[in-house]
Write a protein that binds this ligand. Structure first.
Ligand code: C2E
Ligand code: MG
Ligand code: MG
Length: 698
């Protein structure tokens, strides 16, 4: 192959003299050795020479090229941006017309066949020392390279688009923590303009409390001990708001492993977190009062106990149970009941020390946990404060409800768990209740055995009702004038498998602490009414007196039960007398009052039992539709010895006479008592003198 146009006719020969050692190397050899395409034109634009590379680039032959004139639009040429170029602006035209050299210009050339080749070329006019001036064109095919760049640009564009439109925030962060770039979502999330956000460090936009954790993770990435990390953290927005986000970070490194930048994805999880927190709050808090619930309380108690072991302090738990709360609920309605609970919670929570916890276990049970106590006496003061807090009438309960509370106190001790602490305080609270309510009591170990006994007793009693281990004794009620029996009072007994026959005073309190007593009342009513029908049904048949538990009053259950039992047994209602203890009438609710009226309408009579032992006795005599009052045994037994007791009995008898209430004296054991009562105008009585409770009538 020659390098010189066939029109020149001959080979240019060896390289110019002065370059010894290259002698014999021809232009054509050099031209073929080049990577570039080479083309030589004369100053008229006629192609003189081309090498193989060049012909490959433009897809032509030497012959074809030889016939080409530079100003012929043989090639369609565009600039590097794809804009068509006028023939006059072709670099080779400029070289021809103006002698202008062009270097490194990228052109698109559409070659025969229609494909476009991208070519970077130098077009240099030259004047060799000998011969005519020429234009030397070298060209490199950059089509592939350009395609690569275009693909890269497209990819980058796509990435930008994706990043810009991503619903989550994306930031590129320098290894030193400076934000190099951020997408729109992150700007929106943090309330910054991009130009303000870029250049800040992530420290500046992180909540101070979450910074240490974040930095620790960053170090792990930089040290190479982790590839990525993902944490939940708080960011500060431009306006200073706190938002929760899920942050996922990866570190990009160069091919030598040197850290280049962090890619951080930041997803707003504030609303998820809120929902999550709300759920968690609901699981650990009481809905009505917002106080911590049992779960959270036990958790805190556990922590407090652990802490107390470390620092040698002690923990106290105060178990608070409102007194007679049920009464408020039943008489004033649940709304008022709720208002009382909310107000109690507010007072308790608002008046405890910083580290203390006020919790609600449910119902009317509250707990105050006092960790890190110096001395046990502190707690007694706390307990008294809790009691005093309720003396003010409750707001939110019109008509002014005041409450009292019974508080049990238990202290931590070696090996005492949170559950035990709670159980101990509960046992102490029970003691506060049984010693008169509206007070606090301290836990002592014997209370636990009592509590266990209570539970055992309750269980056994439940069985006793089922297995008919209960039975009734009947004690005569007599006319004092002649001892004539006008009726019998049924008195329940329990034939205990181990302990023998138990009197109601032993086991009824256990039944009273739960609703078990309602079942006992039902059983007694049914059994006694059935038995009493066996005593005849004529006008002379003795009456039946049945004791009804205080817990039964005001529930709305009694009238239905009594009507049912009368119907089933066939006992005339006029023969049935129901005894209700005076204490049961304490805080009589409208429900309870209407219940008693209904009973009277059924034809049943009512008696106030143990009269004189409760409070405000005189008012009850007027309020309650009772036809009988039973003077308590304690008055009768003392009346012959104590003038004061005698005076009270006399007053009660004359008052009852004025109100048309028949008095029955209880516990007459001596003739003197009977005679004194008669002389005072009391016509009826019971007692061992007149007849012991017995089974004769069963
Ligand atoms: P209460 O209704 O005042 O019954 C009178 C109590 O005094 C009975 O004791 C009776 O055995 C006792 N008693 C009678 N006469 C004398 C006497 O002359 N001297 C002495 N020292 N005691 C006498 P009991 O049977 O142990 O009953 C105690 C309380 O248990 C009763 O007091 C009543 O409130 C309650 N109770 C008894 N049976 C039932 C029942 O079936 N249902 C309910 N809910 N309570 C009952
Ligand atoms: Mg009685
Ligand atoms: Mg009595």
């Amino acid at each position: 192959m020659t390098l010189i146009s066939p029109r020149r006719g001959d080979d240019p020969g060896p390289l110019p003299p002065g370059r010894p050692g290259y002698a014999g190397l021809r232009y054509s050899d050099v031209a073929e050795a080049m990577d570039e395409g080479l083309l030589i034109m004369d100053r008229q634009g006629r192609v003189l020479e081309s090498n193989e590379n060049l012909r490959a680039i433009v897809g032509s032959t030497q012959e074809r090229l030889a016939s080409v004139q530079v100003d012929m639009p043989y090639w369609e040429v565009v600039d590097e941006h794809g804009a068509p170029l006028a023939v006059a602006d072709y670099p080779f035209t400029l070289a021809v017309t103006e002698g202008k050299a062009t270097r490194g210009m990228v052109l698109g050339i559409t070659v025969p066949g229609g494909t476009r080749r991208w070519v970077r070329m130098n077009v240099i006019p030259m004047s060799p020392p000998e011969g005519e001036d020429v234009i030397v064109i070298t060209a490199i095919d950059v089509t592939k390279e350009r395609a690569g760049i275009a693909a890269l640009a497209a990819a980058e564009h796509r990435y930008r688009l994706a990043s810009e439109n991503a619903p989550i925030g994306i930031a590129i962060v320098d290894p030193d923590g400076t934000l190099i770039d951020s997408n729109e979502a992150l700007c929106r999330l943090l309330g910054y303009r991009r130009e303000d956000l870029v250049g800040k460090t992530f420290h500046e936009i992180t909540h101070p409390d979450d910074l240490a954790v974040d930095i620790a993770h960053v170090h792990e990435l930089l040290e190479g001990s982790a590839d990525t990390y993902r944490i939940e953290k708080r960011y500060l927005t431009q306006e200073g708001r706190v938002i929760w986000a899920q942050l996922s970070v990866a570190l990009a490194r160069d091919e030598h492993g040197k850290p280049l930048y962090f890619i951080s994805m930041i997803e707003d999880i504030s609303s998820q977190r809120e929902a999550h927190l709300a759920l968690a709050h609901r699981a650990t808090h009481d809905e009505l009062t917002g106080l911590p619930n049992r779960t959270l309380l036990l958790d805190r108690a556990q922590q407090a106990l652990a802490q107390s072991q470390r620092d040698g302090t002690s923990v106290a738990l105060l178990f608070c149970d409102l007194d007679h709360f049920k009464l408020v609920n039943d008489s004033r309605g649940h709304q008022i009941g709720d208002a009382v609970l909310i107000e109690t919670a507010r007072r308790f929570a608002g008046n405890i020390r910083g580290g203390d916890t006020a919790a609600r276990l449910g119902g009317d049970e509250f707990v105050v946990l006092c960790p890190q106590l110096g001395s046990p006496h502190e707690v007694e003061r706390v307990a008294q404060r809790l009691i005093d807090m309720l003396t003010e009438p409750m707001s939110g309960a019109p008509g002014g409800v005041t409450m009292t509370v019974s508080v049990g106190i238990a202290f931590s001790g070696p090996g005492v768990t949170a559950h035990e602490l709670l159980r101990n305080a509960d046992a102490a609270m029970y003691k506060a209740k049984t010693s008169g309510r509206d007070r606090f009591a301290l836990f002592s170990p014997d209370l636990i055995s009592q509590a266990t006994e209570r539970l055992d007793m309750e269980r056994e009693l439940r069985d006793a009702i089922r297995t008919e281990a209960l039975y009734l004794d009947y004690q005569p009620v007599c006319r004092l004038a002649d001892g004539h029996v006008i009726g019998y009072e049924s008195l329940v007994r329990w034939r205990h498998p181990q302990r023998g026959v138990l009197n109601p005073a032993v086991f009824l309190p256990f039944a009273e602490s739960s609703d078990l007593v309602l079942e006992i009342d039902r059983w007694v009513l049914e059994e006694a009414c059935r038995t009493a029908t066996g005593w005849g049904n004529g006008p002379d048949a003795p009456d039946l007196t049945v004791n009804i538990s205080a817990r039964h009053i005001g529930r709305g259950l009694l009238p239905g039960l009594v009507a049912h039992v009368l119907r089933e047994s066939g006992l005339r209602p006029q023969r049935l007398l129901l005894e209700i203890t005076e204490t049961a009438l304490l805080g009589m609710t409208p429900t309870a009052a209407s219940e008693l009226d209904t009973l009277v309408h059924l034809g049943v009579s009512l008696a106030i039992d143990d009269f004189g032992t409760g409070y405000s006795s005189l008012a009850h005599l007027v309020d309650v539709p009772a036809t009988y009052a039973k003077i308590d045994r304690s008055f009768v037994s003392e009346m012959t010895r104590s003038p004061a007791r005698r005076a009270i009995v006399a007053a009660v008898i004359s008052l009852c006479q004025a109100l048309n209430i028949t008095v029955i004296a209880e516990g007459i054991e001596e003739e003197g008592q009977r005679d004194l009562l008669r002389s005072m105008g009391c016509n009826f009585g019971q007692g061992y003198l007149l007849g012991r409770p017995g089974s004769k009538l069963r």
